[in-house]
Design a binder for this molecule. Structure first.
Ligand code: FRU
Length: 444
């Protein structure tokens, strides 16, 4: 059974979103995909399209492994001005070609489509960027209008270092800047992105550098650093002591490798982004449903200015949010649902338990300013440990689907994304009397 309101492929492995691009009313969602099985391997770009970021149509994979390379993560752009010479309006994918030999190199390559993403051709001049490195990957490319050139953000994964390159034509790249020595815990940087975000209530934009820390990173690994980018240098905001300030973008374990559709923006100037609801540390051990791995809900990104500095806000795509409801008096969830949680009284300890018919459960405890989420068995020991977050829990929203939950504060400033292993079917919801729940089913 597929998910109620999250994208998952019909079969086989899915991980990082790749090549997010929009053209002629169609949102393209490519992703790390194994076309031959439900474990990581034979990496290719799977492909799905949507007209509303809600209903996705699976398409044939667009980029397949070849004699030399697996197709690792990357991005895509619309080359409106034909800078690369593949044709005006061509879609151009910029991806990492990862040598089949794990001791081999990782290089940056191009592929293009001149028929709205239906067919893709690998560029015969590949690679376009080769530093003779093993761990050089995940290019994310944007058009920088003021300097009229392309900017690529890419990582040297094992050095916890991001590099920035510029190009007039997507083919010739020159390094312009680097970011490292940031006090983020953990190791192995992956899937970076530099994105301009609107500051709410102003006509300003500021920049966010996002990266995922794969080993021992904070939260799910996804962190954001707010700063400015002038087309040449990224200058991160620093605290009084000069250290770079970073923000945890998700406190759960299953929100990784997220990237954005840099265009189009909504009426508030906000881009949409999406993450892989998965985790390399245990994904292979979770039960397969023929497919393994799903995307998060698409979320709109913006910045808000508070007394304590800027913060990053993520709000679920409004058109998707509008598909839930109205709230009904029930203790049963049938498929997908939105659960609004409010706390009318000040009890010391409160709890919500969602359970399946097989007796497995998901428990959310509210105690002393903290929210603690426990998933029943199904994960490897280490990751069965409860997730504990400090959240203002008088007003929370829980997005529930057949294999995952996304818990957010109503402000969208904190998120906790987690997969669960409840059996398909009906779910019973029980809550402490001190909590008020409103359950709004997903209406397809
Ligand atoms: C992140 C990642 C990327 C890499 C891809 C390979 O999940 O490890 O760094 O490009 O997955 O599938």
């Amino acid at each position: 059974m597929r998910l109620a309101f999250h994208y998952a492929p019909a079969a086989n492995w899915l991980s990082d979103p790749n090549g997010l691009v929009y053209q002629d009313g169609v949102w393209h969602l490519c992703y790390q995909h194994n076309p031959h099985g439900d474990l990581w391997g034979h990496m290719a770009w799977g492909h799905a399209t949507s007209r509303d970021l809600i209903a996705w149509t699976e398409q044939p994979p667009v980029l397949l492994e070849d004699e030399r390379h697996l197709i690792f993560s990357g991005s895509a752009v619309v080359d409106t001005l034909d800078s690369a010479g593949f044709g005006a309006g061509a879609l151009v994918a910029i991806y990492t070609g990862a040598d089949r030999d794990p001791q081999g190199l990782q290089v940056q390559c191009l592929a293009f489509s001149t028929n709205q993403g239906a067919n893709w051709t690998k560029y015969d001049g590949n690679p376009v960027l080769d530093l003779n490195r093993l761990d050089f990957r995940d290019p994310n490319v944007i058009w920088h209008d003021a300097t009229k050139r392309w900017i690529m953000t890419v990582v040297l994964a094992t050095e916890n270092r991001a590099l920035f390159f510029a190009s007039p034509d997507l083919k010739r790249w020159a390094q312009i800047d680097a970011l490292s020595e940031v006090s983020v815990p953990g190791d192995l940087w992956e899937c970076p992105m530099l994105i301009a975000l609107p500051v709410e209530g102003t006509d300003q934009q500021r920049w966010v550098f996002k990266v995922d820390v794969m080993r021992d990173g904070p939260g799910s690994g996804a962190i954001g650093i707010i700063g400015d980018f002038d087309g040449h240098r990224f200058s991160p905001d620093r605290g009084f002591d000069g250290t770079v300030r970073w923000h945890i973008l998700d406190h759960g374990r299953d929100f990784y490798a997220a990237i954005g559709w840099h265009l189009p923006r909504d009426a508030y100037g906000r881009p949409a982004w999406i993450g892989w609801m998965g985790n390399h540390h245990y994904q292979a051990d979770l039960p397969s449903r023929g497919w393994r791995g799903a995307m998060s809900v698409p979320r709109r990104l913006s910045l808000i200015r508070t007394d304590g500095g800027y913060r990053i806000r993520q709000m679920i795509e409004p058109a998707l949010a509008a598909r839930f409801g109205p709230g009904i008096a029930t203790n049963t969830i049938m498929g997908g649902a939105r659960i609004d949680i409010t706390q009318p009284s000040n009890a010391e300890l409160m709890m919500i338990v969602i359970s399946d018919k097989a007796g497995r459960s998901l428990a959310i405890t509210f105690s002393r300013g903290r929210v603690i989420i426990e998933r029943s068995a199904g994960f490897s020991d280490l990751f069965d440990a409860p997730v504990e977050v400090s959240m203002p829990y008088d007003d929370l929203i829980l997005w529930f689907d057949r294999t995952s939950i996304e818990l957010q504060d109503t402000e969208g400033l904190q998120w906790v994304s987690l997969q669960h292993c409840l059996a398909d079917g009906e779910y019973a919801v029980r809550a402490s009397a001190a909590l008020a729940l409103r359950i709004a089913p997903y209406i397809a």
